[in-house]
Design a protein around this ligand. Structure first.
Ligand code: NAD
Length: 431
């Protein structure tokens, strides 16, 4: 098949490269000239394990093309994927301007029957809006269908997730279009859920909101564990063995961040309240998550004392491990709060430091984890990279001014850190 993907970001690039790997001819169209140039030269603009190989292999074989020429991407393909960003507006509402711009471009250049597949996360009703924008342009002269195919991949595991999805959701009103899109996914042997466009759009928001809910739930339980002397890791493990609950997303920590959960929960709250449905639960999920960042500062103060002039080493800046994505990362808020309390920060992240420099002025960056902890009064862990789990803690202790660990991701074994003589605070684990 001939496919075009509009937007070569985390979702678009993975989608385009993986479809090319399944044998299709894919044009990846992006308005960012720098990104397109990089991709043409074989350089991958994001850190995503395994993506490099898939992109290079398919570009070399001529199946994956990169372009800034949007009209060409419309004309030369039969199926057009929209994978542009839908960030938050200041009031929490999803900013749909990028999706609308792509819809206009498609409408203005439509030259035959096409299927438009929306992969961007959008509020219910956006599929209809995309169709009406296309119809208003000269697209009205051609037959086209708009299909919703929300994306569930996780950054850091994106290629694997795309190729091995738990389910593929296809929302369409035209059964022929739905079947054509389903054909693209058949080689993955995944469960395919066919539904209407609005339900598909809702499945994506409801899924992300539910996962965010699990995280805030376990963080609230962790706060109680801190008080009553229970260990939240034991609690989560005991809960997770119940199939009705499931073990995933029950890791207590410094809270959720990233380009999806914060904005998608806010967007769902916005839609709910616009429709007159009170979003009491979701508002609490957001509040618990915001409080969790503040709780991290309290923990640092508990072990380090007043922060004025203290040097805090931070391990982990990316919003999660195996990505360089700093969007809505917990580290940005926590470091801002630490600096406001007078602390100096020296930080290290295996992949996100280039991006972090833009959002963290006034922070010193270290060349490795050990360089970060030299003479530090405390070590704060904010991302669960394997590199940190495997660190030589004896060496860390010898380098620090005071051996104190505030483990915002509960990556260390309590007994080990204590035996080494660290003062330790995890999340929901008795000190
Ligand atoms: P991103 O910001 O990484 O990428 C968006 C890309 O779209 C950018 O490269 C940008 O230059 C490009 N773009 C903007 N306007 C354009 C236009 N008119 N034509 C062509 N390209 C244009 O975003 P992302 O993280 O890939 O997310 C894309 C969508 O997928 C969002 O709606 C997001 O919520 C959703 N999503 C993201 C993830 C994730 O893990 N990142 C997972 C599932 C769903």
């Amino acid at each position: 098949m001939k496919l075009s993907v509009f937007g070569a970001g985390y979702v678009g690039l993975v989608t385009g490269a993986c479809f090319a790997d399944l044998g299709h001819r894919v044009i990846l169209a992006d308005i960012d000239r720098r990104k397109v140039e990089m991709l043409r030269k074989g350089r991958i603009p994001i850190f995503e394990p395994g993506l490099d190989e898939v992109v290079k292999r398919n570009a070399k074989q001529g199946r994956l093309l990169f372009s800034t020429e949007q009209p060409r991407a419309v004309r030369e393909s039969d199926i057009l994927f929209i994978a542009v960003g839908t960030p938050s507006l200041p009031n929490g509402e999803a900013d749909l301007s990028q999706v609308k711009t792509v819809a206009k471009t498609i409408g203005a250049n439509l030259d035959g029957d096409k299927i438009i597949v929306n992969k961007s996360t959008v509020p219910v009703g956006m599929g209809d809006l995309v169709a009406s924008i296309i119809r208003e342009q000269k697209g009205g002269r051609h037959r086209f269908s708009v299909v919703s195919n929300p994306e569930f991949l996780r950054e850091g595991n994106a290629v694997h997730d795309f190729m091995n999805p738990d389910r593929v959701v296809i929302g369409a009103s035209d059964p022929k279009a739905a079947e054509t899109v389903a054909q693209l996914f058949r080689p993955l042997n995944a469960r395919i859920t066919m539904t209407d466009v609005r339900s598909a759009e809702m499945i994506k928001y409801a899924s992300n909101a539910f996962l965010a809910c699990k995280i805030s739930f376990i963080n609230e339980i962790a706060a109680l564990c801190d008080r009553v002397g229970a260990d939240v890791n034991e609690v989560a493990s005991g809960m997770g063995q119940d199939k009705r609950i499931g073990a995933a997303f029950l890791s207590a920590g410094a809270g959720f961040g990233g380009s999806c959960f914060p904005k998608d929960t806010l967007a769902l709250i916005h839609v709910s309240e616009r429709e007159g449905v009170e979003a009491r639960l979701l508002r609490s999920v957001v509040q618990v998550n915001a409080d969790q960042r503040k709780r991290m500062i309290e923990k640092v103060k508990e072990v380090v004392g007043p922060l004025e002039g203290r040097l805090i080493a931070v391990w982990g800046l990316a919003f999660k491990a195996n990505t360089d994505d700093m969007r809505e990362a917990v580290s940005v808020d926590v470091i801002e709060l630490l600096r406001a309390a007078g602390a100096r920060i020296r930080a290290y992240d295996p992949a996100a430091m280039a991006n972090a420099r833009k959002s963290l002025p006034g922070v010193a960056f270290a060349k490795d984890p050990y360089d970060a902890v030299k003479d530090a009064d405390g070590l704060l862990i904010l991302t669960e990279w394997n590199e940190f789990k495997e660190a030589d803690l004896g060496r860390v202790k010898s380098l620090m001014r005071k051996p104190a660990i505030i483990d915002g991701r509960n990556i260390f074994d309590l007994k080990t850190v204590k035996a080494l003589g660290f003062t330790y605070r995890g999340v929901g684990r008795s000190a």
